[in-house]
Design a protein around this ligand. Structure first.
Ligand code: GLY
Ligand code: MN
Ligand code: MN
Length: 357
């Protein structure tokens, strides 16, 4: 089944109903690769990409099974939709209430008239996206392999006196050379005391002997993201930071080993939190344990105190505990893992034991 067929099946799409997709990640998924601007109009009978001159050729190549409606300066997307709905006798629209702006929603309602009812899609495409197909898993393995290899390669470049920004450039350069088509997100480099900031922005701080350095980075390949974090030591770390490292490593490994279909996300998160608290670091791990990854870097479900979903085979999820101590620093270790029928497999294969440079 194609992705649009899976969606129609999931929605049990009635006749005279059209689905509108504006979220670029859902467009990419449902067209199996169209990454330009535009929107989708889907019914049980036809699939249409509404886009403009800049993306027509790309849309034809990426999604040969779709018709294309080309917008012009005097033929807007909402005018196209009004015409398509009229042609197809549409009286119900399913739309992305979580994505469409209030302005665009109003434009749409005005263009389509009072007779058409609007029903939220309730993230149905995102729900489909939670379970990766074998082809998606092949792509995500490639993205993860690039980050694992980039980590090993960048270790040889880390020097006392280089800035966080210089290290970031090295790492990103390596990922591109290894085949990344883009970065999955802004690279995080946090050295020394900056390590207490979970989402530190790399800056001009120079690396010093005795620093711990956290690198959180990801590559995008074939439209899919990888996500990994390693903290390394530049010279022998203090006994205190070594204890922090060992605690995070144990929490990460415990939770990774616990991943399996049927497990509750809350329980996996709890495992890390309880262990970290028990080692004397209560309150030092303030973010969720992990998140699913795919076309978007952060997808649902999450491993977090507020997520009670159940893991299923085919999900790809991160396990990323951390400990953050202001003025001292921090440690985070993150693998991206595939949930399998009998447990899980880390797609991130880089070593996790402390590297002392
Ligand atoms: N890089 C962001 C995260 O790990 O979620
Ligand atoms: Mn990350
Ligand atoms: Mn992550």
């Amino acid at each position: 089944m194609t992705a649009t067929e899976r969606l129609a099946d999931m929605l049990r799409l009635p006749a005279n109903t059209a689905v509108l997709i504006h979220d670029p990640s859902n467009i990419f998924y449902l067209t199996d690769g169209f990454g330009g601007e535009g929107l989708l109009y889907l019914t049980a009978e036809r699939n249409i990409i509404v886009t403009d001159f800049r993306y027509v050729e790309a849309a034809e190549k990426a999604a040969p099974g779709f018709e294309i409606a080309r917008t012009e300066h005097d033929h807007s997307w909402e005018k196209w939709l009004a015409e398509l709905c009229e042609q197809d006798g549409i009286h119900e629209i399913r739309y992305e209430s979580n994505y469409l702006s209030v302005d665009d929603f109003e434009k749409l309602r005005e263009a389509l008239g009072e007779e058409i009812s609007f029903v939220p899609l309730r993230k149905a495409p995102q729900t489909l996206r939670q379970i990766k197909t074998p082809a998606e898993i092949v792509t995500m393995r490639k993205a993860a392999a690039i980050t694992s290899e980039a980590f090993e390669t960048v270790l040889g470049k880390i020097r006392v006196g280089m800035t966080e920004t210089e290290l970031r450039l090295e790492l990103e350069n390596i990922m591109y050379r290894l085949g990344a088509e883009a970065l999955a997100f802004d690279t995080i480099i946090a050295s020394g005391e900056n390590g207490s900031l979970p989402h530190a922005v790399p800056g001009g701080r120079k690396l010093r002997r005795g620093d711990m350095i956290t690198m959180d980075f990801g590559a995008r390949v074939g439209g899919y993201c990888s996500d990994m974090t390693r903290t390394v030591a530049l010279g022998e770390p203090s006994p205190e930071m070594r204890k922090v490292y060992n605690t995070v490593l144990r929490a990460q490994s415990l939770c990774e080993a616990a991943l399996a279909p049927g497990k509750n996300c809350y329980d996996i998160d709890r495992l890390a939190r309880d262990y970290i608290d028990s080692q004397g670091y209560a309150g030092r791990f303030g973010h969720g344990l992990g998140h699913c990854v795919g076309i978007d870097i952060h997808e649902n479900p999450r491993l977090s105190p507020s997520c009670h979903n159940t893991l299923k085979a085919g999900m790809v999820i991160t396990v990323e505990p951390g400990i953050y101590i202001p003025e001292l620093g921090g440690v985070r270790i993150e693998n991206t893992c595939l949930i399998k029928e009998n447990g899980s497999e880390p797609l991130t294969t880089a070593r996790k034991e402390l590297v002392v440079l």
